[in-house]
Design a protein around this ligand. Structure first.
Ligand code: ZN
Length: 200
């Protein structure tokens, strides 16, 4: 698959509620092929997460992976601020997310976020610091993962995809910008300074 086989905003599959994966589908060739294609597409992009609707398949399947090379340009301070650390590939089928903490808590993290289905753009999005995700893996084994920081952000972003929600629905709209411009004017700035810069 070519990179452009990741579908983009405007494709209604990104706005549908994806279907639960039935027990009979677990371990099937169709499901194995789906997961393999998703992992390939995510790595080729490259991205840190992908939901099945992003390759046009309206099923509740997500893959996530973060690697050292994808955060090589982030300073140790920025990595720490974002809670970003490498983690190995995870596949979660029928994920259910438990959001920890309080949505109104001013301490919830606000950072730039992008999406392979909205290429070239990013915006500030407030997310919960910590979540618990429960589901099953590609072998049908139960998965439970308590995640915080960047992995928690990725989980919230990907599970949103399964409900037809994109980060642009949650973003601080005035911070929305092209990566080239954001990189030039806002890279490395603390979130408070970014909000001041864009009056966001
Ligand atoms: Zn996305």
């Amino acid at each position: 698959m070519a990179k452009h086989d990741i579908v983009r905003a405007g494709n209604p599959v990104l706005r549908a509620r994806a279907a639960e994966v039935e027990p009979a589908e677990i371990g099937s060739k169709t499901m194995r092929d789906l997961v393999r294609t998703m992992v390939e597409s995510m790595r080729r992009a490259p991205g840190v997460g992908l939901a099945a609707p992003q390759i046009g398949v309206s099923k509740r399947v997500i893959v996530l992976e973060d690697a050292e090379r994808l955060m090589a340009t982030l300073s140790p301070a920025l990595r720490a601020e974002r809670g970003r650390a490498p983690f190995a590939l995870r596949t979660i089928i029928n994920p259910v997310l438990e959001l920890c903490g309080d949505e109104a808590d001013p301490a919830q993290p606000v950072f730039f976020e992008g999406c392979l289905s909205v290429p070239g753009m990013s915006a500030l999005v407030a997310r919960r610091l910590e979540v618990v995700v429960r589901g099953i893996d590609e072998k049908g084994e139960p998965v439970e993962w308590r995640a915080s920081g960047w992995p928690a952000r990725i989980l919230q972003h990907e599970v949103d995809h399964l409900d037809g929600t994109l980060y642009v629905d949650r973003m601080i709209t005035r911070s929305f910008g092209h990566n080239d411009e954001v990189g030039q004017y806002a890279a490395g700035l603390p979130t408070a300074a970014v909000r001041e810069l864009y009056r966001a």
